[in-house]
Design a protein around this ligand. Structure first.
Ligand code: XMP
Length: 320
């Protein structure tokens, strides 16, 4: 694509001008945005870039391995893998307020990046895959009064005092443009086509209740089954984003000849072009039935599955 090729060259130029001979740290989340940011910056400044993958314990199943493999083996980009799950889970255990969770996670991310920066003798810049919609939505809601809907950890969630300056080469782009740029940079299609995944991860998909490792495990299992079924049905690419949410309510069920009293989960799937508006995805009911059955049978701790029919607006895509 000619336009994206020109955009890429221009972006590389700007990064070189901004960074000079400084050192850059880039947080990788496994998502498209941070991956494209990292590969772009690596093209611009090579080994002045160090990538850091922070496992905060709120990742989906298999995610950490996929990221490490892609970057180390495929791209040969230096990558530090930090297991900080004890710190992150410890910090928000018992916290139920969505904004407090987001801000705490944002602050801890920066602390980890600053520690890693020290280890490489200091870094001058922190790179982030902030997109245009992230900027808009963290600042104000389209058409309305200036009000924060959510502090995306990579925009409004940053601490005021930070030693590093930001490099955000995707700040003017929408998701579909980032995907084009990713293809231009040679990222595999399987990666470029991935559904978005929020920085705070599963921590914002366990609303209204204290987060524990057990609950994270339960959610991870349900989420994996849901996505496996969506892939098997050939629907992954037709959906902008799909995920499970663990609800803070227990309900009565019956299994075999016993009573169950377990948690309910909600399934969310939406179509969208930029994440700013979205419609619920109209699954065939049989497929939803099969997914519900599998989750209830295979995941200990869930005995009821519901589907979220809310569009955005008035809902948001994530529940928190
Ligand atoms: P909402 O829930 O605001 O989400 O409708 C819009 C899109 O943004 C993703 N999202 C995030 N991405 N950091 C991110 O990098 C965040 O803190 C964050 N919060 C939400 C969300 O998954 C959806 O694709």
């Amino acid at each position: 694509d000619w336009t994206m090729n020109a955009y890429k060259d221009d972006a590389i130029d700007k990064i070189r001008k901004q960074v000079g001979d400084g050192k850059v740290i880039c947080g990788l989340s496994g998502g498209v945005d941070s991956s494209v940011t990292a590969v772009l910056i690596h093209e611009a400044i090579g080994d002045q870039l160090t990538c850091v993958f922070v496992d905060h314990g709120f990742m989906r199943s298999g995610e950490a391995d996929q990221v490490v493999t892609l970057f180390r083996d495929h791209y040969n980009i230096p990558l530090v893998h930090v297991d900080a799950s004890d710190t992150f889970i410890g910090a928000i255990e018992g916290e139920t307020d969505p904004e407090v969770k987001r801000k705490t996670i944002g602050r801890l991310f920066i602390e980890v990046f600053e520690q890693e920066a020290k280890k490489i003798g200091g870094a001058d810049f922190l790179a982030q895959g902030t997109l245009y919609p992230d900027v808009i939505e963290s600042v104000s809601f389209t058409g309305g009064p200036s009000v924060t809907i959510k502090s995306h950890h990579n925009v409004g969630g940053l601490p005021e005092r930070m030693n590093m300056k930001l490099v955000e080469p995707l700040r003017e782009l929408f998701k579909d443009e980032v995907r084009d740029l990713g293809r231009e940079l040679g990222l595999p299609d399987s990666f470029v086509g991935r559904h978005p995944f929020p920085g705070p991860g599963l921590a914002i998909r366990i609303p209204g209740q204290p987060i524990t490792r057990e609950k994270l495990d339960v959610l991870r299992k349900a989420d994996a089954i849901y996505l496996e079924e969506i892939r098997n049905a050939g629907l992954y690419d037709a959906i902008w984003q799909a995920f499970a949410v663990l609800l803070p309510v227990r309900t009565v069920g019956v299994m075999g000849d016993g009573r169950t009293y377990d948690y309910a989960c909600a399934l969310r799937a939406v179509t969208s072009t930029d994440g700013m508006t979205a419609d619920f995805f109209p699954f065939p009911p049989e497929l939803l039935g099969r997914i519900a059955n599998r989750i209830i049978n295979e995941v200990n701790g869930i005995n009821r599955v519901t589907y979220d029919f809310t569009s955005k607006p008035p809902g948001t895509i994530e529940w928190e």
